[in-house]
Design a binder for this molecule. Sequence first.
Ligand code: UDP
Length: 240
Amino acid sequence: DTSGNKSGRFMLKLSGEAFSGGGGLGVDPDVVHAIAREIAAVVRDGAQIAVVIGGGNFFRGAELQVRGMDRARSDYMGMLGTVMNCLALQDFLEKEGIETRVQTAITMGQVAEPYLPLRAARHLEKGRVVIFGAGMGMPYFSTDTTAAQRALEIDAEALLMGKNGVDGVYDSDPKTNPDAVKFDALEYGEVLARDLKVADATAITLCRDNNLPILVFELLTAGNIARAVKGEKIGTLVSD
Ligand code: UDP
């Protein structure tokens, strides 16, 4: 369960794919606006929210590598893609009246602060949303791992993983197998042993070693971010 650490602070990992709407390239402002409204509501209710957004709606390093590109360079392209998602979300959060700061692991002073964990904590205490962009700033990592690491560093009580089009963790792909069974709860070890699609193994291991609970839930269902923050029984909870 999530009882260990009640900091009132949450790390929200958003699927980059969700930002594109139909799964294509780029950002659908209507979708980002809807997500921003949901985040604004929980912030107004007093939750402290930090956000990491994936980059699957722009570039995935591993996919570009298969097409012949250098892996590290294509990973940097992937990281830069996440920053565009951050700016889009920042814009709609600010329109909702929520102060928002973007902090990036790759310095780009005109658009974002550098990643400064103590400063991020101060922003959160003041009710600002902090969005972490450009992943870890290192090739061969993922935004899932970034979300886990940042969650630990800012002392979040849980990692809330909002997925696009799936409402939890299943024993097989529910999009192709109608008999797929959803888990309500899982242990980190089971996720790793069965290679379940929660996050990459680096992220899961980091959460397991530091006892950070992960809630996997459907991102675009109205009210779900609030339900996740309140600890309602939605999705799949991964803990020990
Ligand atoms: N990426 C990286 N290091 C990081 C975070 C992300 O190299 O710390 C790159 C990587 O190429 C990845 C892309 O950024 O494919 C987009 O990130 P994301 O984790 O969203 O990939 P996805 O889960 O969509 O495959």
